[in-house]
Design a protein around this ligand. Structure first.
Ligand code: DSN
Length: 421
């Protein structure tokens, strides 16, 4: 296919190229981001974007779906094999869409739900009052223990017994410890609730069998496909057999129209990649890298919430440094490292400021970095956060980041050339 974007729309072509160069020359530490393969991007950039295919494979509301049916069936079959799920719907456009469909498959507006508080590691869609989940349902929350900064399952049980929710949501977006899905299921059974696991962050680790799976415990499991799973931006719902038809109906016609068949093809490619043995090696390095990064920044005087990490991410408490997450995010960015400000448990600053930053290793592991590189990066992070107003230090780290990143390729991206000047 001729690449005509540069001649037909140089403005957009230039935006894309500048973003390629930004990704190429910075250290990406946003825990929810990754670099998908060139094969996934080819599928997502294909003619499958032209096709309407409301319905499911073999049961569509449009003609001409016989080829895209194969793409969706392949994605479903590979996802089932990858996660051992009985039923899979690969149509949700995003993790939030997957979560809307999961709730609405089993709950009615006004029902009680119990999820992890956003301010203690949960997600907006787990009942936040500013989100559909908190507006549509009567949301209640559990958090982390103030002592250990980890989930206290006895406390979750006590809250569940008091609230008697219809649905318990487990899973998090800023929690660095292993989640005990069996314990959550026991609590759900105890109070007559359904268990819904959102594994968006840890899906790749679950697929690699390096984090316990919710499959077999949670009746409904949702995920995004673009974080540790390293696929295209999108969502997915897995369920037991008995909820499968309900989930499918809730996604379409309940919530979405035409599925994004090009993205579904990209999901099929990513699941195929995740089924290969190399993916386990990748996830094993993601975890080793996270441990090395957490250890290094702690050795250099920064506090990591809960004292470390079992997964791909960590939360850094900036309280003792006297700077906000917002400032830390800006300082790191100036030094060539991209991260996001994040609330820490019992944060005293508002969400626009926060007292923490969240760091993750999936993206730089994809580029080939190892624990040795993470120790270097950890040192740089500590140096600039300890002296956030030292512009010479920031410039010096930025130059070193540039040197380091130039040695690591980015899937599908050409290195800078004379054309980029
Ligand atoms: N925005 C994602 C994250 O950064 O964790 C979750 O939706």
């Amino acid at each position: 296919m001729p690449n005509s974007l540069g001649s037909t729309d140089p403005q957009v072509a230039s935006i894309i190229r500048r973003e390629e160069l930004r990704q190429l020359s910075t250290i990406e530490l946003i825990a929810s981001e990754n670099f998908t393969s060139q094969a996934v991007m080819q599928a997502v950039g294909s003619v499958l974007t032209n096709k309407y295919a409301e319905g499911l494979p073999g049961k569509r509301y449009y003609g001409g779906c016989e080829v895209v049916d194969e793409a969706e069936t392949l994605a479903i079959e590979r996802a089932k094999e990858l996660f051992g799920a009985a039923h899979v719907n690969v149509q949700p456009h995003s993790g939030a869409s997957a979560n809307i469909a999961a709730y609405l498959a089993v709950a009615q507006p006004g029902d009680r739900i119990l999820g992890m508080n956003l301010s203690e590691g949960g997600h907006l869609t787990h009942g936040s009052p500013v989100n559909f989940s908190g507006r549509l349902f009567e949301a209640h929350f559990y958090g982390v223990s103030p002592d250990t900064e980890t989930i206290d399952y006895d406390n979750v049980r006590a809250i569940a017994q008091r609230v008697r929710p219809k649905v318990i949501v487990c899973g998090a977006s800023a929690y660095s410890r292993t989640i005990d899905f069996a314990a959550f299921r026991a609590i759900a059974d105890d109070v007559g609730a359904l268990l819904f696991a959102d594994i968006a962050h840890i899906a790749g680790i679950v697929a690699a069998r390096m984090h316990p799976t919710p499959i077999g415990h949670a009746q409904l499991t949702t995920t995004t496909t673009h974080k540790t799973l390293r696929g295209p931006r999108g969502g997915m719902i897995m369920s037991d057999e008995s909820h499968g038809a309900l989930v499918d109906k809730t996604v379409f016609p309940g919530m979405q129209g035409g599925p994004l068949m090009h993205v579904i093809a990209g999901k099929a490619v990513a699941f195929g990649e995740a089924l290969k043995p190399a993916f386990r090696d990748y996830i094993s390095t993601v975890l080793a890298n996270a441990r090395a990064l957490a250890e290094t920044i702690q050795e250099h005087g920064l506090r990591v919430v809960s004292g470390g990490t079992d997964n791909h991410l960590m939360l850094v408490d900036l309280t003792a440094l006297g700077i906000s997450g917002r400032k830390a995010e800006r300082v790191l960015e100036a030094a060539g490292m991209t991260a996001n400000k994040n609330a820490i448990p019992n944060d005293t600053r508002p969400p626009t400021q926060t007292s923490g930053i969240r760091l993750g290793t999936p993206a730089m592991t994809t580029r080939g970095m190892t624990p040795d590189h993470m120790r270097t990066i950890g040192r740089w992070i500590a140096e600039v956060l300890h002296t956030p107003d030292d512009l010479a230090k920031i410039a010096s780290v930025r130059a070193q980041v540039h040197d380091l990143t130039s040695a690591f390729p980015l899937p599908g991206v050409e290195r800078p050339s004379a054309h980029d000047d």
